[in-house]
Ligand binder design. Structure first.
Ligand code: 13P
Length: 336
């Protein structure tokens, strides 16, 4: 794996039938997930849960890369081997979340800007030595009356590009994640408009800051209706509007678009991904970098109990297999 350059890594991450598992929940977020199954969040329980996912038999058939959190990148599996080695052995590329979370944006109540640029060059150098070959930085944009402001979009896009340039300098493929949240009662066209503006701004910044497009991946939201919008767009409309939006904004030199699931159910996210991959030709690979939409079933089967590990792994593999089928445009709901 070490001989691969950034372009090879970016392409490998979006290889046919494969996509990324986002398992980079911060300590706060993983606690919420573990709370939901009445399991205490400890270093050991977090390790056990991640190990369950990474060692499921055949996981490498569907998962090209895993995004890890700092703690997990440094952890060892129960057999004493570092998780990075466990993943590499399965042909899975280790990645690392490097942002420090979204914090309140000054002078713009309710809006957020992602932090983590200070010391990033040094952190990336260390992450490379620990085995990370790609990274992730998530910007969060929410839609409500009067929001997002152009100020919030510009500030987040600037930070995303600074992060991406530092990654490439360190030989680490940046995944650029501008997430327009689906929370709210806005309709799909409002999501379209905000996503389009955000992506235009992001690619403008990436250009200004000399980021090499062949050596990155984009991790966007799909263009969908707000989760409390009374009119929910159909699958076909989501697929058409999402692809049209990217056609307007994402240069063909970008090797792949890997979607986040963003709160969609496992089945919704899979169905939308499949619909896009069934459409006419587009210049990028269209794949996944799902967190919740790959993990929800496995987490609920596991319940924090060692005796459920095998069944939880089965549930995870089943979900990964369906998501992989959708990535190839070969999924249908009978496979559920
Ligand atoms: P979800 O698929 O649960 O949105 O998580 C993906 C992710 O990495 C968010 O940053």
């Amino acid at each position: 794996m070490d001989e691969m350059d950034m372009e090879d890594i970016a392409k490998a991450l979006v290889a046919p039938s494969k996509g990324i598992l986002a398992a980079d929940e911060s300590t706060g977020t993983i606690k919420k997930r573990l709370d939901s199954i009445n399991t205490a969040s400890t270093e050991d329980s977090r390790r056990d849960y991640r190990e369950l996912l990474f060692t499921a038999d055949g996981v490498g058939d569907y998962i090209s890369g895993v995004i890890l959190y700092d703690e997990t990148l440094r952890q060892k599996a129960s057999d004493g081997r570092p998780f990075t080695e466990v993943l590499n052995d399965r042909g899975i590329i280790p990645g690392i979340k490097v942002d420090m979370g979204a914090k309140p944006l000054a002078f713009s109540e309710g809006e957020l800007v992602t932090e983590g640029l200070d010391g990033l060059r040094e952190r990336l150098a260390e992450y490379y030595t620990l085995g990370a070959r790609f990274a992730k930085w998530r910007a969060v944009i929410s839609i409500s009356d009067g929001a997002p402001s152009q100020y919030c979009i510009d500030t987040n896009a600037h930070a995303l590009a600074r992060y991406a340039a530092l990654c490439q300098e360190a030989n680490i493929v940046p995944i650029v994640e501008p997430e327009v949240l689906m929370d709210g009662n806005h309709n799909i066209d409002e999501c379209y408009a905000v996503t389009e503006t955000m992506l235009k701004t992001v690619f403008d910044e990436l250009y200004k800051q000399r980021v090499v497009l062949e050596q990155m991946l984009l991790k966007p939201n799909m263009v969908v209706s707000g989760d409390t919008c009374p009119i929910q767009a159909e699958v076909e409309e989501v697929a058409v509007k999402t692809l049209y939006c990217f056609g307007q904004t994402v240069p063909a030199a970008v090797p792949g678009i890997v979607f986040l699931s963003g709160g969609q159910s496992e089945m919704q996210a899979t169905t939308h991904l499949n619909a896009m991959n069934m459409m006419d030709k587009f210049p990028w690979e269209i794949s996944y970098s799902f967190g919740r939409a790959l993990q929800a079933s496995a987490l609920s089967v596991w319940q924090g109990k060692p005796e459920n590990v095998a069944d939880a792994q089965k549930a995870f593999l089943h979900r990964a297999k369906l998501t992989s089928a959708a990535r190839d445009g070969e999924y249908n709901s009978d496979m559920e």
